[in-house]
Design a protein around this ligand. Structure first.
Ligand code: ATP
Ligand code: MG
Length: 253
């Protein structure tokens, strides 16, 4: 069974960066193989991981539907087999991890069948990895349709503002509404001083959020982002990497 960590949170609060830092951390500890899933339609995880942009699952699904409509599916091969082959070819393999990029969500039309096959493909694929790391958009609606897998830890990211914490509370409530199977839900505050403001501490308590860790502003991350360098190459004494290391240790994985 793979151990699944999903990351969600308000826009721009560091979901993609933290997904990449967790991946780096697990690779350095030899906790591989890892399946990294970019479930944000505005896919940019490939970029911070320094790998090429592969085919997206959204693209595979659209191609298949187009081929079915135009009667281009070769005789004797099922739609499902073709989808599975295309799905396999969209997995980008790298050192210690494979990357699956979901891409655009469904447009208008009936996608029930494609989604059913897709979910089965993702569930089957996930079994081959020790860890699955999922970078999500703030809304988690698509997650329930993508996989039936249990999420071990959902990490909700926030900045050190009341709005970030309020959004984190909403995301947590959404998990309950969507009946997602999540074992633990934690809050991570990013780009903040270790000393949180009293009001913020009160708000976190009020929203019943479980603060797992604080990641400081990291000059190295800013430099890496500006110069388009892979987060996987970030020095291991970088403040953000050390903070993520402490967070992973708390998860006891
Ligand atoms: N701890 C940090 N120190 C310095 N810069 C950071 C830190 N965390 C994130 N950043 C920078 O902040 C920006 C936004 O981060 P990121 O893209 O990871 O956020 P996101 O939540 O994935 O955004 P989106 O909602 O657009 O997907 C990036 O330029 C990233 O390099
Ligand atoms: Mg992102």
């Amino acid at each position: 069974m793979s151990y699944t960590i999903a990351i969600s949170g308000k826009g721009g609060t560091g979901k993609t960066t933290i997904s990449a830092l967790i991946t780096k951390n697990l690779i350095e500890k030899g906790k591989t193989p890892i399946l990294v899933i970019d479930a944000d339609p505005n896919s940019n995880l490939y970029y911070v991981l320094g790998v090429e942009k592969g085919e997206t699952i959204g693209g595979v699904r659209e191609d298949l539907l187009r081929e079915v409509k135009s009667g281009k599916i070769p005789a004797g091969i099922s739609k499902e087999t073709i989808f599975e082959l295309k799905f396999q070819s969209s997995i980008l393999e790298s050192k210690g991890f494979d990357l699956l990029t979901m891409g655009r969500p469904e447009g208008p039309g009936c996608y029930c069948y494609a989604n059913l096959v897709l979910r089965r493909c993702i569930d089957e694929l996930s079994k081959n990895y020790k860890f699955v790391i999922m970078d999500n958009e703030a809304g988690m609606e698509h997650l329930s349709r993508r996989t039936t897998q249990n999420i071990d830890d959902l990490l909700i990211t926030s900045d050190s503002t009341p709005m970030g914490i309020i959004t984190a509370g909403r995301i947590r409530d959404l998990v309950d509404e969507l009946e997602l199977r999540v074992d633990n839900i934690y809050l991570i505050i990013n780009r903040s001083n270790p000393e949180l403001n009293e009001n913020l501490i009160e708000l976190i308590k009020e929203k019943n959020l479980n603060l797992l860790g604080i990641i400081p502003e990291d000059e190295n991350l800013i430099e890496y982002s500006l110069n388009e360098k892979s987060i996987l190459d970030l020095p291991t004494d970088s403040l953000s990497f050390l903070a993520v290391n402490a967070i992973i240790q708390k998860l006891l994985i």
